[in-house]
Design a protein around this ligand. Structure first.
Ligand SMILES: NC(=O)c1ccc[n+]([C@@H]2O[C@H](COP(=O)([O-])OP(=O)(O)OC[C@H]3O[C@@H](n4cnc5c(N)ncnc54)[C@H](O)[C@@H]3O)[C@@H](O)[C@H]2O)c1
Length: 395
């Protein structure tokens, strides 16, 4: 079968007119500087720090990283040196109560999120908390309630909402007639992340991680299925533990959504030395969309009935992400485009841009803690279904 490939975006899309180069400040949002404090300077904490630093460097945001916290002194010091941050704390309460901090990023293992988010909300800080928000839906609800009661903005690290291919798929669905949704399927496989590209012993311990591949990793996939196919009515799940760890290494779910839409999810943590891969497929009555992520070969294919299939590579999909953030590539420096779209801190910088600029402009946050609670509710239902070996109704 021959695939049509969309032509590359013209190079001049990335050329900034001289007047914009001279007025780089015009790309800054006219809000006050946002001062960030981040707790947990490990793997994802450093990725967020790189993203925030790049947003500042590229002139996309008026933001400053003012304080860091980690219980591991060496890790903390090295992040402080790397990002030139002077205020370094080993107790998170000192960071959340620091008057110089406006926004708190919580990037610690999941069992710490409850205390940290509640303390940050009570200190009236705006909050970014990594996913999973907590170990269960009731805990996630507690966090949503406390942020609401304290009147603070709160977002969650469901970062696939900033994936350029998923946003491109959303755009395709808006602009074409794909017909009635029939099935969504996600197969998500990842090398068990305890000792792979980074050491992460806590992910093997249930008391710290809350669970395995389903809650720790595939809560992203569940959020995507809900984002595309709507609210969930029933869940049937099988969960296995092949390697005898404290947490599961496999979960398969059949989900029904509103209007009879069906989705399935297969999530696996294995020990094979292969690239992590996420394969996402949507079947509609009049078309198909398939997305391959994280295999080193990221692309989207779509096929409308009676038309040739089309393959989209990242440079074309990037436009969907840039537009989604309310930005215009013609007005952005190549550095700014790279910050938002490049693989590496990609998605995370976009998520921070969306979060921090929403705070500056007073726009509603997405995804927010309500989205996180909804994803946790589906995760809890899947564990319950697997335990009881029956379908769980969420209506
Ligand atoms: N959104 C995503 O794609 C994504 C990716 C990776 C991790 N995560 C989530 O981010 C969180 C952290 O994961 P990670 O991979 O960065 O783990 P990590 O182990 O690499 O880093 C966690 C850091 O938190 C520090 N820490 C632990 N307890 C602390 C405390 N009481 N006070 C201050 N610091 C403390 C540790 O010393 C460590 O440096 C988890 O909830 C994980 O699920 C999300």
């Amino acid at each position: 079968m021959t695939f049509h490939t969309e032509p590359s975006i013209a190079e001049d899309s990335y050329i900034i007119p001289v007047e914009l180069m001279l007025a780089k400040g015009s790309l800054l949002i006219n809000g006050q500087q946002i001062r960030v404090g981040l707790i947990g300077t490990g793997n994802i904490g450093k990725i967020h720090l790189s993203g925030i630093a790049a947003l500042k460097e590229a002139g996309l945001l008026n933001v400053e990283i003012v304080a860091l916290c980690d219980i591991d002194h060496e890790v903390l010091q090295s992040a402080g040196d790397l990002f030139e941050v002077k205020k370094l704390y080993e107790d998170f309460k000192d960071l959340v109560n620091d008057d110089d901090v406006d926004v708190v990023y919580v990037c610690t293992p999941t069992n710490k999120h409850m205390d940290m988010v509640q303390a940050a909300a009570r200190a009236k800080k705006q909050i970014f908390c990594e996913k999973p928000l907590a170990h269960s839906c009731p805990q996630a609800r507690t966090l949503q309630a406390v942020t609401q009661d304290q009147g603070v903005n709160a977002t969650v690290g469901l970062v696939l909402r900033f994936d350029q291919f998923l946003l491109y798929a959303k755009k395709l669905l808006q602009e074409n007639d794909f017909g009635k949704p029939m099935l969504a399927h996600i197969r998500d496989d990842q090398r068990f992340p305890v000792d792979y590209s980074y050491y992460s012993k806590w992910r093997g311990e249930k008391a710290l991680a809350g669970g395995g591949t389903l809650i720790e990793h595939s809560i992203h996939d569940i959020d995507i299925l809900r984002w595309f196919f709507g609210e969930v009515e029933t869940v049937f799940a099988k969960v296995s533990n092949f390697y005898g760890r404290e947490v599961e290494d496999h979960a398969s779910l059949i989900i029904t959504h509103v209007d009879g839409k069906v989705s399935t999810l297969d999530s696996i943590w294995h020990w094979i030395d292969r690239p992590n891969e996420r394969a996402i497929e949507f079947f509609f009555e009049k078309g198909y969309i398939g997305i391959r992520l994280e295999s080193g070969k990221r692309y989207l294919e779509y096929h409308l009935k009676d038309q040739d299939p089309v393959r989209i590579w990242q440079e074309n999909a990037d436009i969907a992400l840039i537009e989604n953030l309310g930005l215009h590539s013609r007005n952005m420096s190549p550095e700014a485009v790279e910050t938002i779209t490049s693989v590496g801190t990609e998605r995370y910088a976009a998520l921070s841009y969306s979060f921090l600029s929403s705070i500056q402009t007073g726009q509603p946050l997405s995804p927010n803690f309500v989205d996180a609670v909804a994803a946790h509710r589906i995760v809890d239902a899947a564990y319950e279904s697997a335990n009881k070996d029956r379908q769980v109704d969420l209506l």
